[in-house]
Design a protein around this ligand. Structure first.
Ligand code: AP5
Length: 214
């Protein structure tokens, strides 16, 4: 499996990528998760990225392209599910070049399509595990024990960029800088649109049938 999960903030990329990783062993590569880990560690990349992330702006292309290249180069024979990368046409072009070098061409770009009202509902109700990254939602995916991660027991937190001003900014940035990438992949014949409103399992089934796996 060599796919990109594409979509606006809150469309379910991380949730679906985690499921596909567990079921098919394809490595889930999330530039957002890697950047958040760098922020927690206080590395040079993390310090550079933090202010962009908190405001809901994109981190500069050269920073995220370097992260994606390193992750992809270390895959060995494994497949991958990219989540949150590429997000600009420059990133998409860089991805093409890396995958050509690795001889691992993309099979599909799955565009998770969700209306804005639902995106805001998902993002404002999201809670995440700061330790293992598992995402939850106060209504649609609550943890078994209130505010505790089902997988590792850590106390759940709300992401800084899931506060109202940052959500509004992220949705604007998506429309202006990321949505044009859709046309890039449509022209290459790789784009597959998925209606991504509905139950989490239902959407996994739609993705699986589009890429021909069970
Ligand atoms: P990143 O972490 O990639 O955030 P994002 O793209 O904004 O996406 P989200 O993680 O918010 O949402 P998601 O689509 O993964 O949804 P999820 O599955 O969690 O990036 C964060 C920041 O890092 C960026 O703003 C930028 O600054 C920087 N960055 C990262 N990559 C970059 C790049 N390539 N270039 C430049 N900068 C970059 O689901 C959301 C919620 O909905 C959860 O609570 C979940 O439980 C719930 N949910 C999921 N599916 C459903 C469903 N079907 N029904 C009901 N609820 C659902």
């Amino acid at each position: 499996m060599r796919i990109v999960l594409f979509g606006a903030p809150g469309s379910g990329k991380g949730t679906q990528a985690g499921i596909l990783e567990k079921e098919f062993g394809a490595v889930h590569i999330s530039t957002g998760d890697t950047l958040r880990e760098a922020v927690v560690k206080g590395s040079a990349v993390g310090m550079q990225a933090k202010s962009y992330m908190d405001r809901g702006e994109l981190v500069p292309d050269e920073v995220v392209i370097a992260i994606a290249k390193e992750k992809l180069a270390s895959l060995g024979s494994n497949g991958f599910v990219l989540d949150g990368f590429p997000r600009t046409v420059a990133q998409a072009e860089a991805l093409d070049a890396v995958l050509a070098e690795l001889q691992k061409p993309l099979e599909a770009v799955i565009n998770l399509s969700v209306d804005e009202e639902e995106l805001v509902r998902r993002l404002s109700g999201r809670r995440v595990c700061p330790k293992c990254g598992e995402p939850y939602h106060v209504d649609s995916k609550p943890p078994t024990v209130a505010d505790k991660c089902d997988l590792c027991g850590a106390s759940l937190v709300q992401r800084e960029d899931d506060k109202p001003d940052a959500i509004r900014n992220r949705l604007r940035v998506y429309q202006e800088q990321t949505a044009p990438v859709l046309e890039y992949y449509r022209r290459k014949g790789l784009l597959r649109d998925v209606e991504a409103k509905g139950g989490i399992d239902e959407i996994t089934q739609r993705i699986k049938s589009l890429i021909g796996v069970r």
